[in-house]
Design a protein around this ligand. Sequence first.
Ligand SMILES: [Zn+2]
Length: 432
Amino acid sequence: MYWEKEIETISPEELKTLQQERLKLTLQRAAQTPFYRKLFAQAKIKPELIKTKEDLQFIPPTTKEDLRSGFPFGFLSVPLTEVVRLHSSSGTTGTPTVIYHTASDLARWSNQVARSLFTVGVRKNDIFQNMMSYGLFTGGLGMHYGAERLGAMTIPIGAGNSKRQIWFLKHFKSTVIHIIPSYALLLSNLIKSEGLDPKTDFNVNIILLGAEPHSEGTRKRVEQAFGAKAYNSYGLSEMNGPGVAFECGYQTGMHLWEDYYLVEIVNPKILTPCQPGELGEIILTTINREATPILRYRTKDLAFYYQEPCPCGRTHLRISRIQGRADDMFIFRGVNIFPNQIETVLMNIPEVGANYRIILSREDYRDIMRIEVEIKPELFAGELPKLERLRERITNELRAEILVTPQVVLVEPGTLPTQEGKAIRLIDKRKL
Ligand SMILES: [Zn+2]
């Protein structure tokens, strides 16, 4: 059942030994980089004295701003001649960040993704249609090489161009797709509008959702639309990209591969360790990478971890789906709100369609939250009082979750703008 059984079901003691060996190497590599050499000197850290995961707390965390300040070579620990690829943020909003990979870094990353794909049931005989964009963004290439490593036939179709996606799904009978969740819902509607049924006219049985945080309700909708299992995963370009953590067949939390990363989940304000079930920020240290070692990276992603062992037998730490980003939180009339809380409420209401958006504005010094919600077409045929009752119900359910009262506006399907990429769910006009 396991592809890398020894490592996936490793005992806590063996894992600890492995992590300490790899941490030692990582610290030696970090000491070769301009950024960490300076940091160790300034903070008077002797890297050879940092031996265990617990000792990591003596190292100040690394932030996205640090990565930017280190552009272009501040985090590079090998001669440039050893580097075979870089991935970089686009740099359209400020200085980009850049991650370098040696050939063996890329081989390990492919292995990490292949292991993840095997975990959700992808096999050599699968046909994998990769609907993520290729290029500097890691989602496309990262998953591509993992699928090839596993031996699946991989179609590098990239993002967008729905008509072509549908044509390939039909002619090559793709069994696995990698797709942004909001786009999966959009695509299933487009398939239906062509007179086809995503459940019966195609062969998709595994859907890999990525690149966008989403709620359990959204996952269920994607699964129902395609009649297939949809799996959640976690990755970020600073930590390679896809394959950092992946669900298994049980779909209860994601296994974070602890032979690749040391993971901490901490209170984002004071950085103290969280208890199981307690929401905190994920902090990651690479321990299986040569070219760009990163120590205690503050991901800004919020999740909690499970203490109970997973019935699948894998021993690597299980984290919850990402509940939000420390950056995404907005403050509305003094209340801290994550867009994901709103999505969770909406996607559990059966009458609600696939699309919604949140618009924040300010009128007469007062903050207004307007939530536009597409609802199923048949509801517009009904009587007005019925629609008004639905609007009230949605408003009440939202208020119970976010503790403030939004203005809910029900609109017909197709009214709100759609994207073939990540959906834009929140528009904050208060600062304009
Ligand atoms: Zn499991």
